[in-house]
Design a protein around this ligand. Structure first.
Ligand SMILES: NC(=O)c1ccc[n+]([C@@H]2O[C@H](COP(=O)([O-])OP(=O)(O)OC[C@H]3O[C@@H](n4cnc5c(N)ncnc54)[C@H](OP(=O)(O)O)[C@@H]3O)[C@@H](O)[C@H]2O)c1
Length: 296
């Protein structure tokens, strides 16, 4: 726990070279009260238990925000051990290290833990039904972290994109310039999330707790975070081309006509009522997030 308001709040970011991690780097200057330490795989490989232990013994932090994960959703089907190591074991070891120091772990999970017939926005207490190796390991990682450290905050998010790394927006921009037409599934519905907004929201949550606006014990448990609104991947592709001024015909197709190794949920819209009520966050509509990202 951080008690002296004059000293900076020390935040360790792991997996800092991914989409989300790099957004935290971009926000560093906007949060002068926070002192960040950014670690990628080279500085701290979170699948090395001994390295985590040594790292946490050598330095002191007030928070650890874990952006590292095994995120290759389809590849995970053929390498479940690697997914287990990155999404479960690593998260448990980080949570244990945080628990030894008495500090919170902030961790991210996925809308893919919800994969059933429900077609109204999921709430945090709704039952989970992961149906891929990736989703199962992400859920197991949540549980491992919570068991190891009660001060664990899980943000379940969806369809994350950024101007960094690999994501649907960048793939569409590339394909849209290369081709005259594309087929995109219209029977998977969810909400895109601009990683910049997710990073911002995370830091605002910490800031509100540090400033005493929100009770410290609210910074634990599961919260949903995505941008506002709802769309299919087809609608998302149309919006990307419209904003980028790319002329590429998009055809809506069904998931059965675009087989992937890992099954995706047909509907995974997240209800964000809890995070808005507890932390007073205002969320952008996904089109606004997309516009912001494209402007950059
Ligand atoms: N992207 C989405 O659509 C989405 C949706 C819902 C939830 N999430 C969750 O959101 C979080 C952030 O995802 P993201 O989109 O930022 O993923 P990302 O771009 O794939 O970044 C993940 C980062 O983790 C790093 N990493 C992997 N294994 C590591 C290890 N052993 N030690 C240290 N770093 C390691 C990766 O480094 P390397 O490049 O070296 O592997 C990469 O930089 C993850 O928990 C993810 O599951 C993502």
């Amino acid at each position: 726990m951080h008690s002296n308001t004059d000293t900076p709040i020390r935040i360790l970011i792991t997996g800092a070279n991914g989409q989300l991690g790099r957004e935290f780097r971009e926000l560093e200057r906007a949060y002068p009260a926070f002192q960040f330490t950014f670690t990628g795989r080279a500085e701290l490989d979170v699948t090395q238990k001994v390295a985590i232990k040594a790292f946490f013994e050598a330095q002191t932090y007030d928070y650890c925000i874990n952006c590292a994960a095994y995120t290759a959703v389809d590849k995970a089907e053929s390498e479940p051990e690697a997914a287990q190591l990155g999404n479960v074991d690593a998260v448990r070891w980080l949570a244990e290290a945080c628990a030894r120091k008495g500090i919170p772990l902030v961790h991210y999970s996925t809308d893919y833990v919800y994969h059933n017939q429900q077609n109204t926005p999921f709430q945090e207490g709704d039952s989970t039904a992961p149906q891929s190796v990736y989703a199962r390991t992400k859920l197991a990682g949540e549980q491992a972290a919570q068991a190891a450290n009660p001060q664990t905050l899980i943000l379940r998010t969806s369809w994350v994109y950024a101007s960094f790394g690999h994501n649907f927006v960048k793939t569409m921009l590339r394909l849209g310039r290369e081709r005259d037409e594309l087929k995109v599934v219209f029977d998977q519905v969810g909400t895109p999330t601009y990683a910049r907004g997710l990073a911002h929201a995370t830091l605002q949550m910490i800031r509100k707790v540090e400033q005493g606006e929100v009770a410290r014990d609210r910074l634990q448990g599961i919260y949903h975070y995505s941008d506002e609104g709802v769309c299919s991947w087809y609608d998302f592709a149309l919006a990307i081309f419209e904003l980028a001024g790319i002329e590429c015909k998009v055809w809506p197709i069904e998931t059965k006509d675009f087989p992937t190794a890992a099954a995706r949920p047909p509907y995974s819209v997240l209800n964000k009522g809890k995070i808005k009520a507890v932390f007073g966050l205002e969320l952008l509509h996904w089109r606004e997030g997309l516009r912001e990202m494209m402007a950059r």
